[in-house]
Design a protein around this ligand. Structure first.
Ligand SMILES: Cc1cc2nc3c(=O)[nH]c(=O)nc-3n(C[C@H](O)[C@H](O)[C@H](O)COP(=O)(O)O)c2cc1C
Length: 202
């Protein structure tokens, strides 16, 4: 919800990576959407326009990238509220986020952002989606971005872009449900992993 949110800056860079991998991307910013608090008394017909918009965009997307600040050891309330609105997808076919591919980013003031990523992973499983193995917890986010809104650390830039690329790549494979050349796919994946290691990923 913060103006000049570092989570939002990180998300934009990951989306650039997804676009470079050929994905059509859409940014959903909870601050701009101004979502009201979720109420279980609301159904798909009576839900506010912003909530319907987020639910429909999520339903249409084969892949998602989530970014939340680390608040008191977990995701922020506004991020969780946006997830709660996905209850509108409970009775869709397929329900919730079945087989969607999710990339996870957190930003923390300190160095414990992985807790937020772990919280997000519980939600990924509850909503029947799949998280890609690479996750990007950004520590000390107050100093992570420069005046041009780019990461000061090239490793973070590489990891965010790689996350976007991974979500696009795996989402495409989940939608195709078919690998025509398994050997070539394995070689490409190994090259990508080697490049990511050169960029600083363990
Ligand atoms: C209500 C609140 C709780 C926070 N709790 C923590 C925390 O437990 N640990 C931590 O490292 N940083 C904490 N922070 C700092 C945020 O994680 C940090 O500022 C983050 O980068 C904010 O992301 P944003 O720029 O997208 O708002 C907290 C900040 C707020 C406003």
């Amino acid at each position: 919800m913060r103006l000049n949110s570092s989570s939002l800056l990180a998300l934009k860079i990951a989306l650039e990576g997804a676009a470079e991998a050929g994905a059509e991307t859409e940014l959903l910013d909870v601050r701009a959407l101004d979502l009201p608090m979720y109420s279980p008394d609301t159904d798909a017909e009576s839900a506010p326009a912003a909530a319907r918009r987020i639910a429909e965009a999520v339903y249409a997307a084969p892949g998602l990238i989530w970014a939340s600040p680390h608040y008191h050891g977990t995701v922020s309330g506004s991020f969780k509220n946006a997830l709660d609105w996905l209850q509108l997808l409970a009775r869709r076919e397929p329900p919730f986020l079945t087989d969607k591919v999710i990339g996870l980013i957190s930003t923390a003031g300190g160095v414990q952002g992985l807790q937020t990523i772990n919280t997000m992973e519980y939600v990924v499983r509850a909503l029947r989606a799949w998280a890609v193995p690479l996750v990007v917890p950004i520590p000390q986010a107050w100093q992570a971005f420069d005046e041009s809104d780019r990461p000061r650390d090239q490793v973070i830039e590489t990891q965010l872009r790689t996350l976007g690329t991974e979500v696009a790549r795996v989402a495409q494979r989940m939608t195709l449900r078919d690998i025509s050349d398994p050997a070539a796919e394995c070689e490409k994946a190994a090259a990508r992993a080697a490049n990511a290691r050169v960029g600083g990923r363990k």
